[in-house]
Ligand binder design. Structure first.
Ligand code: G6P
Ligand code: ZN
Length: 547
């Protein structure tokens, strides 16, 4: 019997424009009648050929996850999907969703998450569409979706009761089959195929090695417990904050030294007995790696991961190339040069790595925003990075901080920091960026605060695979000694604008590698203020977050 499709009349909402990673808004915005439905319908209208195909659905377990999934399933049935694969309890981390899409050759997937943004009734919610390759839809697609949201006049659904998301098994929503799947199994199997689980297990069993994984009350709890504790034998309690909560325990599930301060402090305290720490974000795609009293910067982590690939079974055969987002430090470029492989520089946003990975041009990718990953999925992958590090530690039998210091000795150190000015007025942020853009021609070749600016531009990218062009991806001020200051507005916030200032300076001399980061970068901070007039335009004398 064919279930009747109901068309519910609707009208456009303004502002349904997907940002860096899908549509992210306050929960209260999503709770407006027809808001979610409009956006989902716009996605389905932009697709073609989904009839009878499989859709993967899951999210990071934040508030509204379960409600949204029931709505989506009814609409997916109305859109003609033949099957939905849904993570049990509505859970699928972003990398696990990517893995499931790829393994089962699904048509695509809807991932419900606002990543590292806080959750709960007053927090954020988000939704994004991933394609059959497991990666975020490209800009052409998201632009088309936005276009569609502006002209929508109805959405389509069916009459069907909610299903029990907490029970594994086969269900039916109208004519669409729904399989409630174990959210961890496919993903764990994939990771096991890449890393030396035996050696990692041996490391975790050692009395002189203790690790802590902080899941920040977000989605990686069940994944980390299953893989680190059950599979690899780490002692129970290795994973802390391991139960996903709808409001992430009131915290901010972003693995950086500010929001994961407890973990950093524990690693800095020798009495804790900890040798290695790691954390992941709301939806499990970001990571932070911490040694004893030493936070590994994401840019350095990417470089170390690339440099040590020969030690990791899944990558021992060699890397086709590496890729980093433009504001990410150039540390990995030096590794690529030493390995004789290409290094691609893309705009911010994991989606830009997709075509390089699909085309086999890059094997490992990473971003300064705590994201690292590889061709095994089409998203960045928090636990993947943690296991990669454990694999390196197990083989080299060297602490994480020493591994990074030895890396600097060999390649030089790209001293790096990001300064964030959060929640500034959108108009002021635009004025600041426009002002910078207007001054670019004068800046190039000029002397500023005694520093020689060799080049200044607004980063534009031409995808080497499909030739698509992305403009205005960040202002770059490049000095003659290889230092850089980059200005960019965040594409993931939901309140006002966030200005990010990325600062980088290359230090070759090993005797100067231990100079405190902010001290080494002070002249660049001055330069940023002079060229962008941050205080004058935004009224902010110092950044809210320094990472
Ligand atoms: C998301 C994307 C990342 C990107 C980051 C940038 O996390 O998945 O690929 O690097 O956003 O965030 P921003 O706030 O700087 O736009
Ligand atoms: Zn995330």
């Amino acid at each position: 019997m064919t279930t009747k499709v109901i068309s519910v009349s609707s009208a456009p909402f303004s502002g349904q424009k997907p940002g860096t990673s899908g549509l992210r808004k306050k929960v209260t915005v999503f709770q407006q009648e027809r808001y979610l439905e409009n956006f989902v319908q716009a996605i389905f209208d932009t697709l073609s050929g989904q009839q009878g195909k499989t859709l993967v659905v899951g999210g990071d377990g934040r508030y509204y996850n379960d409600v949204a999934i029931q709505t989506i399933l009814r609409m997916a049935a109305a859109a003609g999907f033949g099957r939905a694969l849904v993570g049990c309890d509505g859970i699928l981390s972003t990398p696990a969703a990517s893995a499931v899409i790829r393994k089962w050759q699904a048509f695509g997937g809807l991932i419900l998450s606002a990543s590292h943004n806080p959750g709960g009734p007053d927090g954020d919610f988000g939704i994004k569409y991933n394609l059959g390759n497991g990666g975020p839809a490209n800009e052409a697609f998201t632009d088309a979706v936005y276009q569609r949201t502006q002209e929508i006049s109805a959405y389509r659904t069916i009459e069907a009761a909610d299903i029990d998301l907490g029970r594994l098994g086969e269900f039916q929503v109208g004519d669409m089959a729904v399989s409630i799947i174990d959210p961890v199994a496919d993903y764990a199997e994939l990771l096991e195929s890449l890393f030396d689980f035996e050696r990692i297990a041996a490391l975790l069993a050692r009395a002189d090695f203790r690790m802590r994984f902080d899941a920040m009350h977000a989605v990686t709890g069940p994944y980390a417990k299953a893989i680190l504790e059950s599979r690899l034998g780490a002692p129970a309690g290795t994973v802390v904050n391991g139960t996903p909560l709808p409001d992430f325990g009131g915290g901010h599930p972003d693995p950086n030294p500010v929001y994961a301060a407890e973990l950093v402090a524990a690693l800095a305290d020798s009495r804790s007995g900890l040798s290695f720490g790691a954390a992941s974000d709301g939806d499990g795609d970001r990571n932070m790696v911490v040694g004893r009293g030493f936070v590994v910067s994401p840019s350095d982590s990417l470089a170390v991961i690339a440099a040590n690939h020969a030690l990791v079974p899944g990558y021992a055969a060699g890397l086709a190339g590496v890729a980093r987002s433009m504001p990410t430090s150039c540390a990995v470029d030096r590794v690529a040069q030493a390995l004789g492989i290409p290094c691609y520089e893309t705009p911010t946003g994991w989606k830009y790595f997709g075509s390089l990975l699909d085309a086999g041009k890059a094997t490992i990718c990473g971003e300064e925003s705590a994201g690292t990953g590889s061709s095994h999925v089409r998203e960045k992958d928090g636990l993947w990075a943690v296991l990669y590090w454990l694999n390196i530690l197990a083989v080299r039998d060297t602490p994480a901080d020493v591994i990074v210091r030895e890396h600097w000795q060999r390649f030089g150190r790209n001293v790096y920091s990001r300064h964030d000015y959060e929640g500034i007025e959108t108009a002021a942020a635009d004025r600041l960026m426009d002002g910078l853009r207007a001054r670019l021609p004068q800046l190039a070749g000029s002397l500023c605060n005694g520093l020689r600016i060799e080049a200044a531009d607004d980063f534009a990218y031409i995808d080497p695979v499909d030739g698509s062009r992305s403009e205005r991806q960040g202002i770059r001020i490049m000095l003659d000694d290889g230092s850089r200051v980059v200005f960019r507005l965040s594409g993931t916030g939901t309140e006002g604008a966030t200005l990010r200032v990325y600062l980088e300076r290359f230090v070759a001399d090993p005797s100067r590698h231990e100079v405190p980061t902010q001290e080494a970068l002070a002249p660049l901070v001055q330069l940023a203020e002079t060229v962008a007039q941050i205080a004058g335009i935004t009224g902010r004398k110092k950044p809210d977050v320094i990472s």
